[in-house]
Design a protein around this ligand. Structure first.
Ligand SMILES: NCC(=O)CCC(=O)O
Length: 335
């Protein structure tokens, strides 16, 4: 609980005194947002002609490798410390056995190498889940309608080692299989990759807010069923904290709450229960709500974007993955 002192009675206390000017407000601001708080998720495609705007995420585009290179340069210029790569892979090459997930030449791994060439100091984060390469759109192997846990974990380890070989700094397991953090950590140690960080998608909910992301990576029409057998039920709070505790015990360096805005209570809980580096993911549906309302003239884009990102800091997060990252960083530089 924050320490709150009871104010003196009126008129000794007038809360408005310290709100009177920008200078006074700045002096008592409890939280600040900076470019250093942001992680920028980007979509990189290997499909000729698939680059360009994503209709359900107005303002966000799928990038070619060249576009990824330019994004890395932009991130460096703006002081954004990390980029997170999401692959849009060739639909004709998706399979049940997902073997492209650990192919050193898959589009995700090529993007890591491309970014590291131009921006070696930029932290590159990856996504670990089979969905970009899985014909049925699931994060794990599907056999007779069931998502296999342990077999998937073994495949995720192979996927991760290929990402590390390509130059990844931070691994982002988003798959929600049980036991994956421990398996990844052991495999990294055994392979001599002692310094690779894991930012676990520990509290990842089965959310409707991921819709536009699935359009962006070309998974919308493919997903058979839903992800409720492995992602957390939005009704649950204690379960999310158990997942965070478990992932930390297995070797995660940082943890994530996802989605972000509807789950700020969980961000606060994680911060207060564990005091570890805590991130939130302001997901595609959150982006779409704000961008769509701003495009319609119903919200002031700049005000609402910056307010929404600051709210994550107030909730206790160390940082935020947000598609608004470059735009917000540019505004913060002007401010
Ligand atoms: N594993 C990555 C996601 O599921 C992203 C969700 C989103 O932005 O909607």
């Amino acid at each position: 609980m924050p320490h709150v002192t009871t104010p003196a009675p009126f008129p000794a206390a007038r809360m408005r005194r310290m709100r009177r000017t920008a200078a006074l407000r700045g002096m008592v601001a409890e939280n600040r947002l900076s470019a250093a708080d942001l992680i920028w998720p980007i979509f990189v495609t290997e499909v000729a002609g698939a680059e360009g705007p994503i209709p359900s995420m107005p303002g966000v585009s799928r990038l070619t490798l060249d576009g990824a290179r330019r994004a890395a340069e932009t991130a460096m210029e703006l002081g954004i410390p990390a980029i997170c790569i999401f692959p849009h892979s060739d639909p004709a090459r998706k399979t049940e056995s997902c073997e492209r997930a650990w192919d050193p030449e898959n589009i995700g791994n090529r993007a890591i190498r491309t970014i590291k060439e131009v921006a070696p100091d930029l932290a590159v984060m990856t996504d670990i889940a089979l969905d970009p390469y899985n014909i049925n759109g699931h994060d794990g192997f599907v056999v007779k309608g069931e998502i296999l846990n342990d077999e998937t974990v073994a495949a995720l380890v192979r996927m991760a080692l290929a990402q590390v070989a390509a130059g990844a700094d931070i691994l982002g397991p988003s798959d929600m299989m049980d036991g994956r953090i421990g398996a990844l950590r052991m495999a990294l140690e055994e392979a001599g990759h002692k310094h690779v960080a894991i930012l676990s998608y520990a509290a990842k909910y089965a959310s409707g807010f991921y819709g536009p992301f699935r359009d962006a990576v070309g998974a919308s029409g493919r997903l058979v069923g839903d992800k409720k057998t492995y992602q957390i039920d939005p009704a649950n709070r204690d379960e999310a904290l158990r997942c965070v505790a478990r992932d930390l015990a297995e070797g995660a360096d940082m943890v994530m709450v996802k989605p972000g805005m509807p789950y700020l209570d969980i961000c606060r809980d994680v911060r207060e229960s564990f005091g570890v580096p805590t991130f939130a993911y302001q997901v595609s549906g959150e982006y779409a709500m704000i961008a769509g309302a701003a495009d319609a003239g119903w919200l002031d884009r700049r005000a609402v974007v910056l307010e929404s990102l600051l709210a994550f800091k107030r909730a206790g997060c160390d940082g935020v993955l947000s598609y608004f990252a470059p735009e917000a960083a540019a505004w913060l530089r002007e401010a």
